[in-house]
Write a protein that binds this ligand. Structure first.
Ligand SMILES: *Cc1c(COP(=O)(O)O)cnc(C)c1O
Length: 298
């Protein structure tokens, strides 16, 4: 059993159908899996990835989680909140130099009880060495890689598919989601039953996702049975970069569907889905589920 002291989670996360002539005209249906509503501070895919890692931390008798992230990391935020609510200790190793006053993410993390340490960007890049160093320095902490992405992140993310199976009359044909590290996508690929197709939308420049996702699946001994691909042309200039078109898109989407998107992940993904839709990438009769991975910090 998961410890669940003060953490009131909305699980299963709601599934909402959204309507627009853009797709209903084509005989396509679209649902949003509202992972953003799981918890106000431990939102979306961050909870899914933490779940079995927290269980493993308890099982191995560690007193807390030590993890890594940038100064704006949703994962740092969620881990600090989970530690606060479930009463385990947290240490956040933050990329770059300390900046005062703390930004909103780090200020929240610290007030939730997370101990913050900083590491230079060049050292941060040496991921394996970095992890080894902190394992040695903090032997009674469970060390979790950046973004919470590791083998144990996969089964938690796969549960999204289990929920969809119960929430829909037939499994979706296509599942769409935003990709940062690709951990969430790897978990969906590993799920049983899987949808026919999974489409990831990279929010960063570069095409490392396919390789990273393959490596994660290999480590977890999973041979994918679904057709999956990562779209690399919807990053809007790179991580956390935005544009007036994206800002307008977010406002317009909210007006049409009363669902808030954030500019780093979910807006880019949804923009990509709409763009593919306009270009006729989905056949008539397709049932699409888009995953709202959260990140809104309500
Ligand atoms: C972290 C995050 C992602 C990316 O998840 P990965 O598993 O790293 O690909 C997507 N959406 C939101 C809202 C996030 O906070």
């Amino acid at each position: 059993m998961m410890p669940n002291l003060g953490l009131a989670l909305q699980i299963p996360s709601p599934l909402e159908e959204i309507f627009d002539p853009l797709w209903s005209k084509k005989g396509i249906r679209m649902w949003v899996k509202r992972e953003d509503l799981i918890h106000p501070q431990v939102s979306g895919n961050k909870w899914r990835k933490l779940k079995y890692n927290i269980a493993q931390m308890s099982k191995t008798g560690k007193k807390g989680i030590l993890t890594f992230g940038g100064a704006y990391s949703n994962h740092i935020y969620a881990t600090a909140a989970a530690g606060h609510f479930l009463t385990f200790e947290t240490i956040g190793i933050i990329r770059g130099e300390p900046v005062l006053p703390l930004n909103e993410t780090l200020d929240f993390a610290q007030s939730a009880g997370m101990r913050l340490e900083y590491v230079s960007r060049s050292r941060y890049r040496e991921k394996e060495g970095l992890i080894a160093t902190y394992r040695e320095r903090f032997p009674d902490f469970y060390v979790l890689p950046e973004g919470g992405t590791n083998e144990l992140a996969l089964p938690g993310c796969a549960e999204v598919m289990t929920e969809l199976q119960l929430q829909m009359p037939t499994p979706p044909d296509v599942v769409c989601l935003a990709c940062g590290t690709g951990g969430t996508m790897a978990g969906l690929i590993a799920a049983h039953p899987a949808p026919t197709q999974i489409r990831g939308f990279s929010v960063l420049k570069g095409d490392f996702h396919t390789k990273d996702i393959r490596r994660l699946l290999r480590q977890a001994h999973i041979a994918p049975t679904v057709d999956w691909q990562v779209h690399t042309d919807y990053h809007f200039g790179g991580y956390a970069k935005t544009s007036p078109a994206l800002t307008t898109f977010i406002a317009d989407f909210y007006q049409r569907h009363q669902i808030r998107l954030e500019r780093i992940y979910t807006a880019k993904m949804m923009y990509g889905v709409m763009d593919l839709m306009t270009k006729g990438a989905f056949e008539a009769g397709t049932n699409i589920v888009v995953i709202h991975t959260g990140g809104l910090r309500l």
